[in-house]
Design a protein around this ligand. Structure first.
Ligand code: ADP
Ligand code: MG
Length: 390
């Protein structure tokens, strides 16, 4: 961890010929609670060991200069005259954060910033939130300002929604800012209340990338959002229930005739998934990993059957995983239609688990999956606090 910070500091010095201050933010994975965020529901993500570092130093000409070591590219502009003008490239993420800080009335003087991360890009581990939050932490320090946790998260989300132009819920940014090591975070996406829950030390969280990205993914993702919206609108009109979050399966049944079969199934996934997150929380509080794992498997089945957002390769990964020694649970994680699975595995079995999973998956699909063995890590604020205490 320390080495990466030093790498980032060195990269900054090489690029800009001056020393900077470094701020980090992790990536994240969602353990359970999929497609629940945008209807005010419950999610349970955790921060993982991958991270982005942002190194910042001042400059006197009022310009913002972002350099990404990962892309080997620079973006530069005058801060005072900056508008909302995304360019469709990586620099939109940090520039969006700067734009939002200024919208909040925070004065940010000229700076050089180096961004360097080891988060796999576009793999569903939220390199985007990682880069946004690292940028926010660095720019806040540079401006001599501070904001509460919730504000940093909502600001970074706004950067992604309004500046970059990506539709995303609050989960990613919130957990990337506020996570704490050895804990999963139960987040209520409506109230932004959260609880930190203990994950037993003897388990590891294994993330496995199916390496599948369906070309139709964006279209299907949009379809799901529309189907959910349509179902929710019926509940609103018929029963006065504003958000799916407050509906029961019985409520949904009562409105079944008025919505499409697709809307019914998608909404049923979300309603039952919120229930599973609550049960998963109770399981963690009891230290009952077996129960937690079974809920993950149920969540996967619901994503596959009701939400229709899995795919053959991901189902194969889950099926192989559940046959392995020491695997408590496995499910698709992220938006769906490919991407990663998340697996909860006994620590001692994690390495052989990865071997077996990669081997069998390659045999069945001829795809080399990437697997990462993780444990819950600190969010950006806890990281920064540790630096201060050092
Ligand atoms: P995910 O969040 O799942 O990784 P996204 O498409 O939401 O995928 O975000 C990935 C994008 O975030 C990258 O294509 C890039 O534009 C930006 N990004 C992430 N990490 C960095 C980095 N270290 N330097 C510059 N841009 C980055
Ligand atoms: Mg993202």
């Amino acid at each position: 961890m320390k080495v990466e910070r030093e790498t980032a500091l060195r990269a900054h010095e090489q690029r800009f010929r001056e020393a900077g201050r470094v701020f980090g933010a992790p990536a994240r994975v969602n353990l359970i609670g999929e497609h629940t965020d945008y209807t005010g529901g419950l999610v349970m993500p955790m921060a993982i060991g991958f991270r982005t570092e942002a190194v910042v130093s001042g400059r006197s000409d009022g310009r913002a200069v972002f350099y990404s070591e990962n892309f080997g590219e620079e973006a530069s502009f005058e801060i005072a005259s900056m508008g909302r003008s995304p360019e469709g490239r990586w620099s939109d993420y940090p520039a969006g954060v700067l734009w939002c800080l200024r919208e909040e009335g925070i004065e940010v003087g000229g700076f050089n910033m180096t961004l360097v991360g080891d988060v796999p890009l576009g793999a569903g581990l939220s390199s985007s939130a990682s880069v946004e939050v690292a940028t926010a932490m660095a720019l806040l320090a540079h401006a001599g300002a501070s904001l509460p946790m919730e504000k940093i998260a909502t600001l970074c989300r706004r950067a992604e929604n309004e500046y970059v132009g990506a539709k995303s819920g609050i989960m990613d940014q919130f957990v990337v800012v506020g996570a704490v090591a050895e804990r999963a975070m139960l987040l209520d996406c409506r109230s932004l209340e959260y609880e930190l829950l203990p994950l037993p030390a003897q388990v590891r969280v294994v993330i496995c990338n199916s390496m599948v990205k369906h070309a139709v993914a964006t279209g299907e993702y949009g379809d799901r959002r529309d189907e959910v919206e349509a179902g929710q609108a019926v509940l609103r009109k018929r029963l006065g229930i504003e958000l799916l979050r407050d509906a029961t399966v019985a409520d949904l049944e009562a409105c079944r005739d008025e919505m499409s079969a697709a809307s019914f199934a998608r909404c049923r996934h979300i309603i039952t998934e919120n229930g599973r997150v609550v049960m998963a929380k109770e399981a963690l509080l009891r230290g009952d990993v077996e129960r937690f794992g079974r809920l993950m498997v149920e969540a996967h089945a619901s994503m596959r059957d009701d939400f229709a957002a899995s795919c053959e390769e991901v189902d194969v990964l889950v099926e192989i995983a559940m046959r392995q020694e020491g695997c408590y649970g496995a499910r698709i994680t992220g938006g769906g239609f490919g991407g990663c699975t998340v697996n909860v595995v006994r620590a001692a079995d994690a390495e052989p688990f990865v071997e077996a999973l990669r081997g069998e998956y390659a045999e069945k699909t001829a795809i080399a999956a990437e697997c990462f063995v993780c444990a819950p890590g600190d969010g950006a604020l806890a990281m920064a606090a540790q630096e201060v205490g050092r």
